[in-house]
Design a protein around this ligand. Structure first.
Ligand code: FES
Ligand code: FES
Length: 208
């Protein structure tokens, strides 16, 4: 195949330019290539009492593992930025935002999602109370609200103070102020807040 004089000149200019590129530009280019390649890691997580051995891109959030890999879509993705609480699950007894944590950080963790709290035939008391008190409208925030509410009662029973607790050493009281503060990370666009408080109070067996 013959090349025109113009093609020969273009090839020559490109080759010369590549040859004189400073080394740091070449290093940046190969670093960019490496960054684009996903790093895989094996992770073993217990979800709702079932062990899952996964081979994951290390950048995968726990929320995406639950929804996209394990197809547990009860846990909702609202903001994906830690601001709405729709993705709340219970990890080793503590509530967390699943969108804010990488799955590889949960090797061996025991995760409970809304699917693991109860079943349609055997509801968790908090699920039953939400139904009884109309603690939802559209229901999008509800799985996160229920997981959070279950964990909140555990926190109060363990004597863990909140920002509004009058004392750091005395046992916190189960009252409306404490519940509002502790549930403040779970937003409800439908505004079912007062009914949610009633549902939590029923399960706690207290008046607030
Ligand atoms: Fe996680 Fe909103 S989706 S806090
Ligand atoms: Fe609709 Fe809470 S029930 S967002």
């Amino acid at each position: 195949m013959s090349m025109s004089r113009r093609s020969v000149l273009i090839v020559g200019v490109v080759s010369a330019a590549t040859a004189i590129l400073p080394p740091f530009i070449c290093a940046e280019a190969s670093a960019a290539n490496l960054a684009a390649r996903p790093v895989q890691s094996k992770v073993s997580i217990w979800v709702n009492d079932q062990q899952h051995d996964l081979d994951l891109d290390t950048r995968t959030t726990l929320l995406d593992v639950l929804r996209e890999h394990l197809h547990l879509t009860g846990t909702k993705k609202g903001c994906d930025h830690g601001q709405c609480g729709a993705c709340t699950v219970i990890a080793n007894g503590q509530r967390i935002n699943a969108c804010l944590t990488l799955a590889v950080m949960h090797q061996g963790s025991k995760i409970t999602t809304i699917e693991g709290l109860g079943t349609p035939d055997n509801l968790h008391p908090m699920q039953a109370a939400f139904i009884k008190h109309d603690g939802y409208q559209c229901g999008y925030c509800t799985p996160g609200q229920i997981c959070s509410a279950v964990a909140v009662l555990g926190e109060i029973r363990q004597g863990i103070p909140s920002h509004v607790s009058p004392s750091l050493s005395d046992a916190p009281q189960l009252n409306a102020q404490e519940l509002r503060e502790r549930m403040s990370g779970n937003l409800c666009r439908c505004g079912a807040y007062s009914n949610i408080i009633e549902a939590i109070n029923e399960v706690a067996g207290a008046k607030a």
